[in-house]
Design a binder for this molecule. Structure first.
Ligand code: FA5
Length: 353
């Protein structure tokens, strides 16, 4: 059947819409505008729906013909939109890929390598030296009992020499150890007075000292203990002399001064000539030309006895050195606080390339 007047008009309107939509789609340059065209023509409230509203005025015979035509027009517009959409999406993807291109010839970011802290390296060097002399490395707790930190070292409660090491107490009986000497007492106690000992113990210690160029409230020490039959003061002197020469070289001056520690008798302190000023006097050596690096002496008979060693059979020597001060002297560092302020420019100087 052929269309009569009303049908012909609707048919014309539909064909016009199709042509109009296809032209618009052809000129569109972005997806948003394309979406708007879709809504305007094929959407629920779009132009095609609008035209179909007039169907009521058509004859019964014309309606299916126009309905079929409307579907074809809608499908044709949709197909054109789909094709355009695919093309625009591809274009967009290509643009994005171009923008995100990676230049593989650009230099990469250098990987930052970590390294041992200068004090850790120095402590390992000292450990190696003493291991070579037959010493073993031991450890002890940083939170120590008053007994091991003081009493077992001949420093009973109220002893005036406790003031030499102003302490951080946690309770009446617990404190942050002020030196590594408690490990002497712990080692002797563990061996029950039966075996000779050759040990060193590195670790952190804490004191209520005011921080300055050569004092820190937290620093490191290495304790050394040698107990056997017939250990003499000359053995201590020979050991310290060897240590100092290996550590600082043959040309640096060393001196031993008489001193006092309640846990050794006799006691000495060892100084090394200042590298910063070559012995002339500077702020590091407090104008004396020397820096004290360790305390030492023959283990006091009472300390041996308290730990279960018979002082008539066994004798021994002990020393406690400060690796912070040793590092300052070895590398010419003018302030101990540099070790603890984490300035990478300072710390990196000691890493191997
Ligand atoms: C002692 O701590 C004794 N326990 C050492 C000892 C062990 C003597 C065994 C006899 C037998 P003294 O307080 O002098 O001694 O400290 C030893 C070393 O630690 C010093 O020579 C010094 O190198 C270092 N030292 C002491 N106080 C500080 C501080 N506040 N900052 C950095 N280093 C320090």
């Amino acid at each position: 059947m052929s269309l009569i007047k009303g049908g012909i008009i609707v048919q014309e309107q539909l064909k016009q819409l199709e042509q109009e939509a296809i032209e618009k789609v052809a000129n569109v340059v972005d997806l948003k505008a394309l979406q708007e065209i879709q809504v305007a023509y094929t959407g629920r409230k779009g132009s095609i729906t609008e035209v179909l509203r007039g169907m009521g005025k058509l004859s019964k015979e014309e309606r299916p013909i126009i309905g079929e035509l409307a579907n074809k027009v809608r499908a044709s517009i949709q197909a054109t939109i789909d094709e355009k959409k695919a093309a625009l999406e591809l274009e967009q993807l290509e643009k994005q890929l171009e923008k995100e291109t990676i230049d593989v010839t650009l230099p990469g970011r250098p990987v930052q390598f970590g390294g041992s802290h200068v004090l850790t390296s120095l402590i390992e060097e000292i450990e190696d030296l003493f291991i070579g002399l037959g010493y073993e490395v031991r450890e002890g707790p940083e939170v120590e009992t008053d007994y091991y930190n003081f009493e077992a070292l001949n420093l009973p409660k109220g002893h005036p020499a406790r003031d030499m090491q102003d302490s951080f107490y946690i309770t009446n009986e617990l404190l942050l150890r002020t030196h590594t000497s408690p490990v002497q007492a712990r080692t002797m106690r563990a061996l029950d007075g039966q075996e000779p000992i050759r040990m060193i113990c590195p670790g952190k210690v804490y004191r209520r000292d005011s921080d300055d160029a050569t004092h820190s409230h937290q620093f490191t020490q290495i304790e050394g203990l040698y107990v056997d039959k017939n250990v003499r003061m000359s053995d201590l002197k020979g050991t310290l002399d060897l240590f100092a020469k290996k550590m600082f070289g043959e040309d640096r001056d060393i001196r031993l001064r008489p001193s006092f520690f309640p846990f050794t008798e006799p006691s000495v302190e060892m100084d090394i000539s200042c590298k910063v000023c070559s012995g002339e006097g500077c702020s590091v050596c407090k104008q004396t030309g020397w820096i004290e690096i360790l305390g030492a002496g023959m283990v006091h008979p009472s300390v041996l006895e308290m730990a279960g060693y018979d002082p008539n059979v066994y004798t021994g020597f002990a020393f406690g050195m400060g690796p912070d001060r040793i590092a300052m002297l070895k590398y010419g560092i003018e302030d101990i606080r540099r070790f603890y302020t984490n300035d990478m420019r300072f710390l990196k100087q000691f890493h191997e390339a």
